[in-house]
Design a protein around this ligand. Sequence first.
Ligand SMILES: [Zn+2]
Ligand SMILES: [Zn+2]
Length: 377
Amino acid sequence: MIRESLTEIRHTLHQYPDLSGGEQATAERICTWLAPTRPDRLHREIGGHGVLAIYGDESHPLILFRAELDALPIQEASNLSYRSDFAGKAHLCGHDGHMTMLIGLARRWHDHPVAGVRLGLILQPAEETGQGAAAMLADPIMQDLKPHRVFACHNIPGEALGHVLLRKGPITAAVHSTVLTLKGQSSHAAEPHLAHSPNRAIAQLLLAAESMTRADRTDPSFTVVTPIHTLIGGQAYGTTPGQGEIHLTLRAADDNRLATLQTLLLAYANKLAVQDQLNLEHTILEAFPASINDPDAIDEVILAIQDASLELSHLPAPYAWGEDMGHFLATWPGALIGLGSGVDLSPLHHPAYDFPDDLLDTGIDLFYHLLQRYQKS
Ligand SMILES: [Zn+2]
Ligand SMILES: [Zn+2]
């Protein structure tokens, strides 16, 4: 049987993207590619379409590497021969590359197993919606794992190709989305003074988002509040609206600071609701805990970077985006590692973004040298 190259695998994953929660076909492909690497254990359908593969003797410490299965609900803009076959769906965050790295790592393990450690691969569903990691971790199979370390990398456009970017402590922000619903009472549009309308409260919340944002990420008290969506009344021109909603994302350096920010926002929304006799309800969606890197794990990554002769940069501040890896890092010690994917590459989630195939070997080398580090210790 001819073994597909890793580049071919990445292109196939790119061409057939699945959205969060619907990654059945992608997970199936992954298992087909992993089969020749002969995992000792292969579990499917964990927390949705999650896959767990484990290699090596049960008595040895387990080192986990995690990648994401899902693509984004965005129309790709490219002329690539392997561009997405599915309208409105595309791998624009590089998860196709991250998955391929794990297949490459499994192949290298199969050809040259590392004595004294166990290799585990996690392919998680629904990263982009912040649901897949928690769903996988709720499965008893995951709870029984007790790994020594868990690692993942994310490619970082705008940084030199192949440079490894590290940070002890938080590397990605704590993020969640909040929906504030304001219910009052409508009136005739000719008599707006008789309504309890959400108009003023929502307008003030839009402005408050700006004043609550402190965007300097090198300051640990940075916060970013972004209005995402508003809805007031309907297209009924005789009616002063009696209800509305505003959706915002909140970001902070860690989970406690995010909780404080949420409390401040709610207190302000509550004050506005009382002023205009509105009933306030709130819901939190898509919560990503901060990804907190274990300092010892980072020291181990630094040694592996030296072993693999890679370039290293230390990040001065956490990224403002959220990452589902935060759930795994809150459960087990490890690290989320940044891998520069090129200074001229389109940003993540941009319609023209495409993961650079030249980065595949860098990630596999780094992970393989990390495995060897645990053999030596
Ligand atoms: Zn993404
Ligand atoms: Zn991503």
